[in-house]
Design a protein around this ligand. Structure first.
Ligand SMILES: [Zn+2]
Length: 576
């Protein structure tokens, strides 16, 4: 038994090595982007919110300010600064056809920092996306280009590092380029799910998605309660797994998943590369319904017809498996990391013949108001309500549900229940709402909001078209209309009117808008624009005091405007 299992595993590993060798990535070309040992808090292809992780996250000891080094000769092709996303990021083009990317930097080095700052002043904008001339910033391998940080939408100090093909901007898994990143640890499998398809499929006699606890480890994972499951009908499977690397506790994403039924591979995917366009298909790859409820990501073997993700390799019957022959079948789930460490879950399926008399008794839950096909445009109309879903919005045929209920005092339409949040949308749809009791004076302040069961309202904005308030939405759920007539708040953290600031390095504000969100901000000293770093996640605006604040008395002004045009102004006389 064990010998046979081992043989199958060795065969699968041999296949893995063969495929990887074929792809021929340069192994000795790039040096490390840091001068200390690389430990990872994120792997390539890791399952993230609405996207697959497009690089690796290198730990920086929990602190900012570590020198970042060019991984090879080249030139700076792009520098971007933004309040979210990668924050401060450097892109270097290399002669071998790859571009390296260094994200969430604290600051840029030397001449690059001076040039970016001059451009920010020229454009009067903190957020910039700059493309220097190829000869402008030539870089040598190992040259310091920036300091690591926590800028943009980073959840703690680290370096987000990417390798992309320069020509097509396709991110490729950096772990396939021979970096010295040690990983001798097999992936961990946490639990498995079996999904019956349709009303005529049964897991242990029940037409119900069933979760299985796992025991064992490494090549010897098994079901906790008995090794055989009775299945009748059509199914797909899901696995919740993660990978640890050496000397680090972080639970990172796995590289490859495959499902083998009776020694035949039925499903597999590998996180070698994907385009940014397809990254959002993650929502179809995972059990999105379960994710929206428990924040757990099961990777499914089922490939929905509208799912165009390119990381899939074996996709027999779109990952669906039929069991109706009365025989015993052996199934193996194989999960691998990029360093070819594999874990294997083995279990057995006793195929039974589906009992259609039970199927006949099944009740169909919430009655759909309409069936939407995944490969066409879809539209739904109700009183004072319209929904348009262009082709490309849905992954699968949808039994669409819709209802409305009174929404409460601060809302200007009923609460529209537009299907439910457990079904993902790929592209944007359009929602049209016609508020009935909205005073004309409040029209410009009205906005469409998603109303979650608990927590804050989520603004999706909206524009007026022929008496309809129209907004783009990328999520099903509950929607209504509110007004935002409240200006953003500005709190001065370390100044007050009349203060002498000669003893401090910077001037810091906390800015916030509760509903529609901050659209714009503008800081000036004596009516001249000043550069203020905006850190959206911490709601901080920071001006580093420099020569633009002259000796003597100055007038500092800050204006912050929200998405509905409500404006707040702060001003103070400061002495230096
Ligand atoms: Zn990252």
């Amino acid at each position: 038994m064990m010998n046979r299992l081992l043989m199958i595993v060795l065969m699968l590993l041999a296949q893995h090595v063969w495929v990887q060798a074929q792809t021929d990535f340069p192994q000795d070309y790039f040096r490390a982007p840091v001068d200390f040992r690389m430990l990872l808090s994120g792997t390539f292809g890791e399952l993230r919110s609405n996207h697959l992780h497009s690089g690796i996250d290198i730990k920086t000891g929990g602190a900012a300010g570590k020198p970042l080094l060019a991984v090879a000769d080249g030139y700076v092709s792009r520098v971007s600064v933004s309040a979210g996303g990668f924050g401060k990021a450097v892109y270097i083009d290399h002669p071998n056809g790859y571009t390296s990317v260094y994200g969430h930097c604290d600051r840029f080095a030397d001449s690059l920092a001076r040039w970016v700052r001059a451009e920010q002043y020229r454009l009067e904008s903190f957020a910039v996306n700059l493309f220097p001339e190829p000869g402008q910033f030539k870089i040598k391998k190992g040259q310091m280009i920036a300091f690591s940080g926590n800028s943009g939408s980073s959840g703690g100090p680290h370096l987000h590092f990417e390798l992309r093909t320069t020509a097509d901007e396709i991110p490729v898994n950096p772990l396939l380029f021979g970096f010295d990143i040690r990983d001798f640890t097999r992936p961990t499998m946490q639990r498995m799910k079996i999904y019956p398809v349709g009303n005529n499929s049964f897991v242990r006699g029940r037409n119900k998605i069933t979760e299985f606890a796992l025991a064992g480890w490494g090549l010897d994972y098994r079901l906790k309660d008995g090794d055989t499951i009775s299945l009748a009908g059509t199914f797909y499977f899901g696995i919740d797994a993660y990978d640890r690397l050496n000397d680090s506790d972080n639970k990172n994403g796995v590289f490859a998943v495959r499902l083998v039924v009776d020694s035949t591979e039925q499903y597999s995917h590998r996180m070698q590369q994907f385009s940014f366009d397809e990254s959002r298909y993650i929502n179809s790859m995972i059990d999105y319904e379960d994710f929206s409820r428990r924040k757990v990501r099961f990777q499914k073997t089922y490939i929905a017809p509208g799912n165009k993700l390119s990381v899939y390799e074996t996709t027999t019957n779109r990952g669906l498996v039929y069991f109706n022959d009365g025989k015993l079948h052996r199934l193996q789930y194989v999960v691998e990391d990029a360093n070819c460490n594999a874990s294997v879950l083995t279990f057995y399926v006793q195929a039974a013949v589906p009992d259609f008399r039970i199927a006949m008794q099944m009740t169909v839950n919430p009655k759909p108001v309409r069936v939407f096909e995944w490969d066409t445009d879809n539209e739904f109309l109700a009183e004072n309500f319209r929904l348009e879903l262009p082709r490309g919005t849905l992954y699968d045929t949808l039994s669409f549900t819709f209802s409305q209920s009174p929404a409460g005092k601060s809302f200007y339409t009923p609460l529209y229940k537009v299907h439910h949040v457990g079904v993902p949308m790929h592209d944007y749809g359009k929602i049209y709402l016609k508020p009935q009791q909205l005073p004309a004076s409040h029209k410009s302040k009205a906005l469409v909001v998603q109303v979650p069961p608990k927590g804050d309202l989520i603004s999706v904005g909206g524009k007026w078209e022929d008496g309809w308030l129209v907004a783009s939405i990328r999520s099903f759920g509950n929607y209504s209309v509110v007004i935002d007539s409240v200006a953003p708040s500005i709190a001065a953290v370390n100044i007050a009117n009349g203060k002498n600031v000669s003893g401090q390095k910077n001037i810091t504000f906390r800015i916030h808008d509760a509903l529609s969100g901050i659209a714009d901000y503008r800081g000036t000293i004596n009516d001249k624009w000043i550069l203020m770093d905006y850190d959206a996640k911490n709601k901080l605006l920071v001006y580093t005091i420099d020569a633009r604040m002259p000796k003597g008395s100055s007038l500092l002004k800050l204006e912050v405007t929200d998405e509905r045009g409500n404006k707040k102004t702060y001003q103070a006389k400061l002495v230096r």
